[in-house]
Design a protein around this ligand. Structure first.
Ligand SMILES: Nc1ncnc2c1ncn2[C@@H]1O[C@H](COP(=O)(O)OP(=O)(O)OP(=O)(O)O)[C@@H](O)[C@H]1O
Ligand SMILES: [Mg+2]
Length: 411
């Protein structure tokens, strides 16, 4: 491949899509993955534009870290090309996927990429490998906290240790539900009062309302809640200052110790079980690696499943990489380190990736790594389909060898 041709890189998450060209350092496009559609005209609206169409119904594209809405994911990808003012036929496309993505999903992705978009060259890269690669590491324990999924992936010398892959549904959205429960149950607020004021007097669909209220819950969580340095159940007493949150209707809500109680479920989902209708149950679609415990249990279950020697554990635990928007929760890294040190006192535990609200590794780690990978761009990456080498598959190879061979390449 001509290394001067930049690839288009798309990292679809349940909440946000990060996209851009590989010559950029960070994704130039970050937009909501949900799209909306006008029930009468069937016109589809993608990206931030959905805020301007309150009567439209809002739909999601991903569940359990995987695309499920195959009839409509193409609108998301087309939006990327339109926004970048690029034509799909003219540049390689690189997409990220979760490690538990199924062969059937990979096949559908390849078909859409080669047949609908007609990209000349395509690659599907595993998110946690991208994260380590982007940080210049071959070994690491990648902890990704997104909106719908939290996952732990051990990587040793550039290879994913599949036995240690674990994930759960206790991530950002789960905490949003706790915030919703707190506002509606503890404070008796009507859900409608959480709708941003600019939509108060316009016709809004129910799904649009839910979507907008979700943004307010996200905002409350990000600005008010914080993780305690130690499990609340172990503390005799704890002090928090008072924070204030201005609700969409202008009322100001004071928030004391709840700041900590609302974040604690990330680590203790069972002790902080939600009442119906907010309950989150494991789903069959999550597969065998899906766990029902909190973040710390996810990490411990991952390490235990490896059945490795102390040296491997040592390497992983001294290279913890924390990523995903949910990891921006205040206090997350301190709590994680404290818990790990308590459970695994004989290891030297350290994490990489900067904290802070603007941390590129946290927000865009997967995209940045995928972008670096696709920029390697020498001929060896494209050719050699027969030998199973290379990161990319060409349209010609796809047509000659068929979708199953291509899927095998990305397994
Ligand atoms: N400052 C913050 N504090 C706490 N949570 C935050 C912060 N900023 C973003 N988030 C949360 O991060 C989540 C989105 O993260 P991310 O973009 O990594 O998810 P995603 O990749 O779209 O989802 P998934 O990985 O589950 O498919 C949301 O739940 C959002 O509320
Ligand atoms: Mg994600």
């Amino acid at each position: 491949m001509d290394s001067t041709i930049a690839s288009v890189v798309i990292d679809n998450g349940a909440a946000t899509t990060k996209a851009g060209v590989s010559s950029d350092e960070i994704p130039s496009l970050v937009f909501p993955t949900s799209y909306s559609q006008n029930a009468n005209t069937q016109e589809v609206v993608v990206g931030d534009e959905i805020h301007a169409h309150p009567a439209n119904d809002v739909y999601t594209l991903m569940k359990h870290g995987m695309i499920y809405n195959w009839d409509n994911i193409i609108y998301n990808w087309e939006h990327v090309y339109a926004s970048l003012q690029l034509v799909p036929q003219e540049s390689p496309l690189v997409m990220t996927e979760n490690v538990w993505n199924t062969a059937a999903n990979k096949a559908k992705t390849c078909e859409l990429a080669f047949e609908n978009l007609q990209v000349p060259i395509f690659s599907l890269v595993k998110s946690p490998l991208c994260v380590t690669y982007g940080m210049g590491k071959a070994t690491g324990l990648v902890i990704d906290i997104g909106s719908s999924v939290a996952s732990v992936t051990p990587i040793l010398d550039g290879a994913i240790l599949a036995k240690g892959l674990k994930h759960s549904r206790f991530a950002g959205d789960f905490l949003d539900l706790h915030v919703m429960n707190y506002l509606t149950t503890t404070h008796g607020l009507k859900l409608d009062s959480l709708l941003p004021a600019r939509f108060a007097n316009v016709a809004v669909s129910q799904s649009f309302k839910t979507y907008q209220i979700g943004s307010v819950l996200d905002d409350f969580k990000s600005s008010i809640t914080a993780l305690s340095n130690f499990p609340l159940s172990l503390l005799q007493q704890y002090q928090t200052g008072l924070k204030h949150y201005q609700l969409p209707d202008g009322k100001v809500l004071p928030c004391g110790p709840e700041q900590l109680h609302l974040a604690e479920p990330l680590f203790q989902p069972i002790s902080y079980a939600l009442p119906p209708p907010y309950t989150i149950a494991p789903s069959a679609a999550g597969g065998p690696q899906q766990q029902t415990g909190g973040l710390m249990e996810l990490v411990l279950a991952s390490l235990k499943s490896l059945e490795a020697n102390g040296d491997v554990y040592g390497q992983l635990l001294s290279n913890i990489i924390i990523t995903g928007g949910g990891s921006l929760l205040q206090g997350l890294e301190t709590r994680l380190l404290n818990d790990l040190n308590r459970f695994l006192p004989n290891f030297n535990i350290s994490y990489y990736s900067s904290s802070g609200i603007n941390s590129v590794e946290r927000k865009f780690g997967s995209w940045v790594g995928a972008s670096c990978l696709s920029s390697i761009g020498d001929d060896g990456l494209v050719s050699g389909f027969d030998s199973g080498e290379g990161l990319f598959v060409s349209k010609q190879d796809y047509e000659e060898f068929g979708v199953d061979s291509v899927v095998q390449r990305f397994s």
